[in-house]
Design a protein around this ligand. Sequence first.
Ligand SMILES: [Zn+2]
Length: 603
Amino acid sequence: MSSDGPTLGDESYVAAARGDGRSHGHGHAHSHSGGPTHTHPRTPGQEAHAHGRGTVDDGPGDDHEHERPAAGTGHDFDLPDLPSAVDVFDTTLRDGSQQEGLSLTVDDKLRVAEQLDHLGVTFIEGGWPGANPKDAEFFARAPKELHLERATLVAFGSTRRAGVRAEDDETLRHLVDAQTEAVCIVAKSSEVHVVDALRTTLDEAVAMVADSVAFLRANDLRVFLDAEHFFDGHKANPEFSLRILQAAEEAGAETLVLCDTNGGTLPFEVERIVADVLDRFETQVGVHFHNDSGCAVANSLVGVSVGATHVQGCVNGYGERAGNADLAAVVPDLSLKLRVATIPAERLPLITPVAHHIAELVNIAPNPQQPFVGASVFAHKAGLHTSAIARRSDAYEHVRPDSVGNGTRFVVSEMAGRSTLAMKAEELGLELDSDAMTSVLDSLKQLEYEGYHFEVADGSLELLLRESTGWRQSFFGLESYRVIAEQDDDLSTEATVKVRVGDERIVATAEGNGPVNALDGALRSAIGSRYPALAGVHLVDYRVRVLDSAKGTGSVTRVLIDSTDGDRTWTTIGVSENIIAASWQALSDSVVYGLLHTAGGDA
Ligand SMILES: [Zn+2]
């Protein structure tokens, strides 16, 4: 029993004595005497956890070599327990969506998950199946509609209720029915919350964890345990809080996640408590911080610095009250500064575009001062040190902006970044020579100045890139369009478009419930018979934002349209002082993109 930590009075603790816990392994870190053996491949964080504890073995699988995680080697910090890698666990779709004013449709959630997978996080917590119909629908649709390449989808829930058998508990049943590979369950790990909120005994709270984890493991699920209010609980009654973790470990939980649920814990407390847990348990330890003290990112880094190898948070720091730890800061801090592997190294430059894309999806304007990814954080006002930055940027910038997909900015549009564009062109199989690249960057510079935002409009960006290679769409040529809105008994909208398809001139009119809908109907009516594939392309979302024009001439309207052909989804953009003109641009791009990628489309 360690003398400087809390006394447990329970001999059965897997208690490595302080100081030698990292050098002596206790067998395979992936199996538990009390629980079933895990058969999935180890995550990079679990691999690092095992290595840190001296239990290096070949493990049941190692398929993480195809992409180098985002870390270099070596750092200058005196941090002996710093792991070589951590697992990044994003909870935007669960904890993040608790933010006031943030509301996601199921489609939005699927698209946020795609972005997170694109970024390369290890785990995506998708929501709480059974808690609301939206999350239930998300998990029902995910297996068919969500094709995750890197991330593992996780369903969230809680332990069984007090006094109910695990096999009879509805929440646990929903978790099994969600059909994910992994689940995360929250357990009260603070005495005061068990007594006051749960109104049950400490022994029952421990049994709730043991039974629930065992039940889920018996159903072949990987289990993460979110120990709620752990830090406060540990400060008040460490013995009880540690018993919760012990129950989870013995029942076969894969990761013990210590949660600072009210966000009030400070970094020095995190250091002591996480180290104490790591000294006592074999299982991988994770951390989950809220930002109520303004310390969520700092606390996450401190947790990792003493050996936590699983970090939860939300891209952009979404969450109720002051939010969760911002993964858009935690990830670059770990990768670039502490040299701890997080997402694949090649993907770190995606963090700015992904953070902005997710901001668009949740419809919350990105914070320009957000560390690493904000539009202003590498922006330098022209003046005295402008030329000095050009000569010696590291004197003024703490990391290279392009390492996180951001850009030193003297003018707005350089944000797009050559490397991001090159990556996109490669993804599309387009060969852009240096001249073409420069010309695209020039166009982007001008268009973004006018209010376009191509980071969130992949469809329009692709068309722009294709056009830079000399390609022009020849599906249809617009002659004119007209929209009439009339308030009679009802408000009705009618649109007419005049287009040319080949040598044919076509005029078509349609009604709609709004201008975009009417224009969409008219365009489809005009060209639909020539392009039957268009019937499979649908607009799924339409978002409008009024922007202050960079030109200073007043405001412009930016329209984003999301479309799908059932297989892929894409976003197109239009910007104009006139909302109809902006809508037409986005609509026209959407249709061109759809025809380009649908069978039979060739132009
Ligand atoms: Zn939380």
